[in-house]
Design a protein. Structure first.
Length: 293
């Protein structure tokens, strides 16, 4: 059963990363009609509504438990997406991709000090190998990397948010129903995203919603990218652990350039393919248990 659970967890993680790595195409198209914050709020609302229809059952929570879910909604939804998207306006996309890809090592360190999971030597080696691969994939033969303190710090904040979300989600492990847990997280994600949208003050045009390409991409981001994938990712947390699951994030940049090649005809360099190989080796190395003395 243990091997079966591990394989199932790996499948959930790989499927989720494959979807998340391709969501940028939908977001890129939707940015012609809506702001990043509007897209963020819409996808959370769609995901929440879908999960409510799927599981129309209330989740009884104490005040302390509700606070935990509020923090999960902030760290894994609204603040994470806001800092990542805002970082893109101040620094290069390559900087953001590389910095956010450091989220797994941040998670491992935070999980260790929070007493959730012990830091393993294999995690560090996997990080070093995979991160080298991430740099090659993100640069994709161009090697354009320019520091911008404001944007880079925002990207670093996004990575830290995801690490916090991952460790806090482990704390929510007392609730066995991943759908109810994810639905509550998305509820607080939407609630905390709403003030950001209102402060922006940008108009939310309804007419584009009638366009099949707009409606289709919003549904993809909401129902699949947020609703289904958050549920599966949280299930992977339970089956593999937060550190092992987050190691699959290293694959995200490569999935993105493959999707860009397929849908946008963007080139993939030999160095990016080498980077993909390094990422794969790093992920595998990070999954290996450390040898006992």
């Amino acid at each position: 059963m243990k091997n079966r659970d591990k394989l199932l967890g790996i499948f959930f993680a790989l499927f989720t990363i494959a979807v998340w790595g391709s969501t940028f195409i939908s977001s890129k198209l939707l940015l012609e009609y809506y702001t990043p914050s509007q897209i963020m709020l819409t996808r959370f609302l769609l995901a929440y509504a879908a999960l409510w229809l799927l599981r129309p059952k209330k989740l009884a929570l104490s005040a302390k438990q509700e606070l935990l879910f509020l923090l999960l909604g902030l760290s894994g939804c609204s603040v994470y997406f806001y800092t990542e998207n805002t970082a893109l306006t101040f620094t290069l996309a390559s900087n953001v991709s590389i910095i956010v890809a450091a989220a797994p090592i941040f998670t491992a360190i935070l999980a260790h000090f929070a007493g959730v999971e012990r830091f393993r030597a294999s995690t560090l080696w996997g990080f070093l190998i995979a991160f080298a691969g991430v740099i090659l994939v993100v640069c994709n033969g161009t090697f354009v990397l320019k520091l911008n303190p404001k944007g880079d710090l925002l990207a670093l904040s996004a990575a830290a948010c995801w690490a916090a979300y991952s460790v806090l989600m482990r704390k929510a492990g007392e609730f066995p129903d991943s759908i109810l847990v994810t639905r509550r997280v998305l509820f607080w994600g939407a609630v905390t995203a709403l003030p950001i949208v209102l402060l922006e003050g940008a108009a939310y045009p309804a007419a584009p919603l009638l366009l099949p390409v707009v409606a289709g991409n919003l549904l993809f981001l909401g129902l699949i990218g947020s609703g289904l994938c958050y549920v599966l990712w949280n299930k992977a947390f339970r089956l593999l652990g937060v550190v092992a699951t987050n190691n699959f994030i290293y694959l995200n940049p490569f999935i993105t350039i493959v999707a860009a090649r397929i849908f946008l005809n963007e080139p993939v360099s030999p160095l990016a393919l080498l980077g993909a190989a390094l990422i794969t080796v790093g992920v595998v190395a990070a999954q290996r248990p450390s040898r006992k003395a």
